[in-house]
Write a protein that binds this ligand. Structure first.
Ligand code: ZN
Length: 380
């Protein structure tokens, strides 16, 4: 059997630094054999400056919105952004397909090996069947009117069958403000063992809607002709309003968490289930809301933080290294190993892919990246 051998100034294994001078040994196709000392490694070692690390996991993307790149102006705020998505997402099928293919290629070039991808349509099924990336599709369900819940859930179930032919997939709620209690129950009680994801606390408008009963979101419902006169505000955060629906679920990825408070974190902590991962999408937060996630609060959960790009409708690129770079600039006390762990092993765990991806453990095939000066190159 022939091997590939790599050495760099530093090797990040997925959750720690390997001993200085270590050599990473893999099979020809990148399956990890081990990390050994130079005296055991033999010859033919590729020696590099910079850092070696496993492939990146993009925990939150919307591949099917890729054709909206550059269509929505930055700093619009959450509600105008959502209105723009609704009015612009229709386009010629060949345009949508081309943008999806280009986005998948862009992610691969940027060192991404796995993606947690939101879908509201079946536009990405064909690509996911042939892509070299690993996808978990989160099939998103929404509907704030309880009466529509069974119908919405049935149509998601039909799409789920199509996506399952392309890889792992599960039905998930869109956001606290767009899913009725009935729909939450259908999603969380039908398959509590499935991997879940939800857009959470993405804007002040979402927070005010639940605390006070009115916000810019009220305008959104009026604009799309949905009568929400039945709605009574819970008086607590959106997260605390809906989190109890998940009490029998296994795992959930909460995405954005922009207005999350210590009180919300304590609320999550007192519940034995589900296991919660916190996905940060700093570039998208900056693009839409000109705001950064509350990292000072979340850092006590740093084993559970993962990174996402969100879609090209709210980002200039699909690159985890750009998300890391932005966080490093905004939060100078963050270390590179924290960021790398969020981008690799934590992401793989959040997507149930840690058996094969996320770290340089024997038998895994996580992809091998070379980083230098915030530039990434995929070696295998
Ligand atoms: Zn999103």
């Amino acid at each position: 059997m022939s091997y590939r051998k790599f050495k760099a100034a530093k090797i990040f294994t997925g959750n720690s630094w390997a001993r200085p001078g270590s050599v990473l040994i893999t099979s020809k196709d990148g399956k990890v054999e081990g990390i050994v000392s130079p005296s055991e490694a033999g010859e033919d070692i590729l020696e590099l400056a910079g850092i070696l690390c496993p492939g990146f996991v993009n925990a939150h993307c919307h591949l099917e919105l890729s054709h909206l790149k550059g269509q929505i102006p930055p700093s619009s705020g959450m509600v105008p952004f959502l209105m723009n998505i609704m009015s612009l997402r229709q386009a010629a099928p060949e345009l949508i397909e081309m943008a999806i293919n280009n986005a998948d290629t862009e992610m691969e070039k940027n060192g991404i090996v796995a993606v947690g991808d939101i879908a509201n349509t079946t536009h990405t099924v064909a690509l996911k069947k042939r892509s070299r990336l690993h996808y978990h599709t989160f099939l998103e369900c929404s509907g704030f009117i309880s009466a529509t819940a069974p119908e919405r859930f049935e149509s998601a179930k039909k799409m789920l069958q199509q996506f399952r032919a392309s890889g792992p997939a599960s039905i998930v709620p869109h956001a606290p403000y767009s899913v009725s209690p009935e729909l939450f129950r259908l999603i969380t009680q039908t398959a509590p063992e499935e991997l879940l994801s939800m857009h959470n606390q993405e804007s002040i408008a979402e927070q005010d809607f639940f605390r006070q009963g009115h916000s810019e979101l009220t305008e959104l419902f009026r604009a799309i002709g949905v009568d929400i006169s039945f709605f009574k505000p819970s008086g607590v955060s959106s997260l605390q309003t809906v989190f109890p629906y998940f009490k029998h679920c296994r795992k959930i990825l909460l995405v954005h968490n922009l207005t999350m408070s210590q009180d919300d974190l304590d609320f999550i902590k007192q519940a034995p289930h589900p296991e919660v991962f916190f996905c940060l999408c700093p570039s998208a937060n900056q693009y839409i809301n000109e705001r950064m996630p509350p990292l000072h609060l979340l850092q006590e959960n740093k084993e559970k933080i993962v990174l996402g790009t969100d879609s090209l409708a709210s980002n200039y690129q699909l690159s985890i290294i750009e998300e890391m770079k932005l966080l490093a600039a905004e939060f100078p006390s963050l270390s590179i190993d924290e960021l790398l762990q969020w981008a690799t092993l934590n992401g793989a765990k959040a997507l149930d892919m840690e058996g094969t991806l996320g770290s340089f453990e024997k038998g895994k095939q996580p992809g091998i990246l070379h980083l230098e000066n915030w530039q990434v190159e995929r070696l295998l």
